[in-house]
Design a protein around this ligand. Structure first.
Ligand SMILES: [Zn+2]
Length: 110
């Protein structure tokens, strides 16, 4: 079986076999990645896999699993990014029972 060298952020270079690596090739190429469990520190490592890495891993016997990114994940997002303050404001609004109750009991608009 082919030995594949990969690097762990903590341990440095480690040796793996094709069975140790899970290659996930995405229909949206930039989101392809591979994962493995480091044999030294037992950390789960995930790294991006560009076309070159996909080719190298497949030539080493790693089977590619194809996945599709959900369309909504690629939709253009308008407006400013949400911040933690926005999320906290939203939570505070939800926790106002009277406001929530009045909205829930209001007749539906037709
Ligand atoms: Zn490690």
């Amino acid at each position: 079986m082919t030995t594949i060298k990969a690097s762990c952020p903590s341990c440095g270079e480690v040796e793996l076999t094709s069975d140790d690596i899970r290659l996930r090739v995405c229909s949206h190429g930039q989101l392809s990645y591979y994962t493995f469990t480091c044999p030294s520190c037992v950390e789960n490592i995930r790294k991006p896999a560009d076309d070159h890495i996909v080719s190298l891993l497949m030539s080493g016997g790693v089977e590619a699993e194809v996945w599709d990114v959900p369309a909504e994940a690629l939709e253009p997002k308008a407006g400013a990014e949400l911040t933690y303050d926005d999320l906290l404001d939203f939570l505070l609004q939800l926790s106002r029972d009277d406001l929530l109750a009045s909205r829930a009991s209001a007749p539906a608009h037709r």
